[in-house]
Design a protein around this ligand. Sequence first.
Ligand code: HEM
Length: 174
Amino acid sequence: MALLMRLATRQALLRHVRPSSILMKAAAPMATSPSEQAKAYWEKNKELGRPVAPHLTIYKIDWHTLLSGTHRLTGFIMYTGLAAIAAATLIVPASYPAWIAAIKTWPIAIPAIIYPAKVGAAFTVFYHLLNGIRHIAWDFGKGFAMKDINRSGYVAMGLALILAVFAATIVPSS
Ligand code: HEM
């Protein structure tokens, strides 16, 4: 009944609104579905040249941003690296030692490339591990004083670099 009354009232009112009236002129056509509304929103932003969030380039990268971004990046690298290696063990023929031997014969397998690559790989693991411990300490409510946050950041980054350089120099005995 309430619905009937509402519809009847709306019809009666709309009869008095001429299509040329200011109300109708000002009315913008509305998108009908949420996806159309979202599309219209992004198109409008593009036309107006508005930056798209998170628009990282407008922020100054400070020490803490660098530490945080490196943690995310190293986590991502380890995740994709492990997934790729796991998939490769199923698809690629031959064993791990055979692949290492094959890589050693590549023309780019020179110390100037292999050593930094090893440092990078080792740094990825050490930094994520050490900074992960830092995160876990925060989860327990420890180390939130600004001086502790700074100090633990320097320790995580410095120690990870030292350990990475050291680990990359280790030559496995064959
Ligand atoms: C192969 C081993 C590992 C992989 C593949 C991995 C991967 C990742 C990834 C992808 C993230 C999400 C990063 C982000 O989006 O911010 C992450 C976060 C995290 N990882 Fe790891 N991780 C590994 C080992 C570890 C270890 C050993 C620790 C601890 C010592 C650790 C501690 C953490 C913590 C605490 C976070 C959450 C950081 C936050 O709250 O933003 N991870 N990890």
